[in-house]
Design a protein around this ligand. Structure first.
Ligand SMILES: O=C(O)c1cc(=O)[nH]c(=O)n1[C@@H]1O[C@H](COP(=O)(O)O)[C@@H](O)[C@H]1O
Length: 231
């Protein structure tokens, strides 16, 4: 049965034991979890299996970005693992995203297929260094519209762009937003941030939250506080 919570906890840990220990403190009926590049590179599909066994719906965040044939195969492998959500980089282009969508179109357990627009750690100066002179929100909307045309279910963006994208791409187009920081919590390397309540009010569907929970002295208290603030 799908869970109603918008919260996805990013399990960014250097080993499976720590990620699984954190998961043991979380309730799979109240939050989803995300497996990213650090833990997956260390532990591989075993960490996905371990979290599935604990009953979690899982976002496999490997941000595939390669030639269409390679990304199609990678997304297909993710679907075979039974993950709930998987992502690619929208900047891989329309043919790459269409190949990814086609690869899983008829999969029995088709995951949500999401495209990353502009990383939430990037601001205008970072984009300029890679040759994009538009403001982040302009580039985000450009890539979100391309992702929609290419058959993606939604995008990863900052909550700062959520209301703009709901207007541009429609209510059904899913918005997954990292860069979430409860008031007073250090932004770290994130640049385009909002609080959980601001993100909800902006219309996001899912919020990815890592260090504010995983680095807290009492992670479960932080999860409770976030969920209560959203209730
Ligand atoms: O795709 C992602 O999940 C992602 C995209 C993005 O633009 N920014 C971003 O921070 N993320 C991921 O979201 C998580 C955010 O973690 P915290 O900054 O610790 O809350 C990390 O696991 C990032 O890899």
């Amino acid at each position: 049965m799908p869970i109603a919570s918008p919260v996805i906890v990013a399990l960014d840990y250097p080993d499976a034991a720590q990620a699984l220990a954190m998961a043991d403190q979380l309730d799979p009926t109240r939050v989803r979890v995300k497996v990213g590049k650090e833990i997956f590179t260390r532990s591989g599909p075993a960490i996905v299996e371990g979290l599935h066994k604990k009953g979690f719906e899982l976002f496999l965040d490997l941000k595939f970005h390669d030639i269409p044939n390679t990304v199609a195969g990678a997304v297909s492998a993710a679907a075979d693992m039974g993950v709930w959500m998987v992502n690619v980089h929208a900047s891989g282009g329309q043919r790459m995203m269409e190949a990814a969508a086609n690869a899983i179109a008829n999969h029995a357990r088709r995951p949500h297929l999401i495209a990353v627009t502009v990383l939430t750690s990037m601001e205008a100066a970072d984009l300029e260094q890679v040759g994009v002179t538009d403001e982040p929100r302009v580039q985000v909307q450009r890539l979100a519209e391309l992702a929609k045309r290419s058959g993606m279910d939604g995008v990863v963006c900052s909550a700062q762009e959520a209301s703009m994208l709901k207007a541009a791409c429609g209510q059904q187009f899913e918005l997954v937003t990292p860069g979430i920081r409860p008031a007073g919590v250090d932004a770290g390397d994130q640049r385009r941030v909002l609080t959980p309540v601001q993100a909800r009010d902006a219309g996001v569907d899912y919020m990815v939250i890592g260090r504010p929970i995983t680095q807290a002295a009492e992670p479960t208290t932080v999860v409770d506080e976030i969920l209560q603030s959203l209730a």
